[in-house]
Design a protein around this ligand. Structure first.
Ligand SMILES: [Zn+2]
Length: 303
């Protein structure tokens, strides 16, 4: 049993091959190219490299799954919209199927990632919050919470500050404009700050940026914790991977706020927040699990 999983991110495309125990035996990643032909080129390149490293051909995989950001129609295999990949419509399954000998399954990238998080934490009560190019969450609560059009947890364009920076969606002060990588990275550059070591910054600008980032991320974690009540709230994605200080900073913020607010101890928001050691692999592992048919959560064949 050999599974292929490919995560198509806004920054990079990451592929893994899993053995029969769902362990990663081969992987490859490369930078994303945008648009339909760009996505297809990189997807097939990564799939081929993963197959080579696993010592097989593309047609030897027993299952294939793909995770992609945006609005995904799982029945037709079409991408209705993936703004961060410059795609307005793409019949992805039709385009990719001929290269494999098994049916390919497709899902939203964060939905796939929370399925992987559920396997890695051995839990069906998990929320995964992706702080990547954009920001989105997905929740397993006994089974995957999909919502209408598979869009449950797409929180990136919730407005936190109506007077904040303009967002590409037309609003101002969306969550993504504050802690999404595509806005955060240029802002750090403009302010000449280093996100990876922002906790060590001694300048007033650096301290203000640190305070704002930790406050906003913590509030997102708290809101999602209270909304779904998951046992685990996983924070991950490129913005988190680049900042090793963020997990303890968010936990510290939540502990301090709980004291101030005389919040009941049993809520224990800080204790539920975790970061996966192999967060970089999780979206591709999740895609492979979706490919295997775990479309509603690991070991849950419902969809
Ligand atoms: Zn927005």
């Amino acid at each position: 049993m050999l599974s292929l999983g490919i995560d198509i991110g806004a920054t990079k495309v990451h592929g893994v091959a899993l053995d029969e125990h769902d362990k990663v035996i081969a992987e490859h990643a490369t930078f994303t190219q945008r648009g339909q032909s760009g996505v297809m080129t990189v997807l097939l390149d990564v799939a081929t490299k993963v197959a080579e490293k696993a010592g097989v051909g593309l047609r030897d995989f027993d299952s294939v799954g793909i995770g992609i950001p945006g609005v995904v129609n799982r029945e037709t295999g079409e991408i209705a919209s993936a703004v961060n990949l410059s795609i307005t419509h793409m019949p992805l399954l039709d385009m990719v199927s001929e290269h494999f000998s098994v049916p390919v399954r497709l899902d939203n990238d964060v939905k796939a990632t929370v399925v992987a998080a559920g396997m890695l934490l051995d839990s069906l009560s998990v929320t995964y919050i992706n702080f990547g190019t954009g920001v989105a969450a997905a929740t397993l609560d006994g089974r995957l919470i999909r919502g209408r059009d598979n869009l449950a947890g797409e929180i990136g364009h919730v407005v936190l500050d109506p007077n904040g920076d303009p967002c590409r969606c037309g609003q101002r002060g969306c969550i993504e404009t504050i802690v999404g990588g595509q806005y955060l990275a240029p802002r750090m550059d403009m302010l000449e700050l280093d996100w990876t070591t922002l906790d060590k910054s001694e300048t007033p600008l650096g301290k203000a940026a640190y305070d704002q980032s930790v406050r906003v991320m913590s509030r997102i974690v708290a809101s999602v914790s209270l909304s779904y009540g998951s046992d685990y709230v996983v924070i991950g994605g490129g913005v988190i991977q680049a900042a090793p200080w963020i997990l303890s900073a968010v936990q510290g913020f939540l502990i301090d706020r709980a004291k101030m607010a005389t919040f009941p101890d049993y809520v224990d928001m800080a204790g539920r927040v975790v970061h996966l050691d192999n967060d970089i692999q999780a979206p591709a592992i999740g895609a492979a699990l979706i490919g295997q048919g775990w479309t509603e959560g690991y070991k849950l064949h419902l969809g």
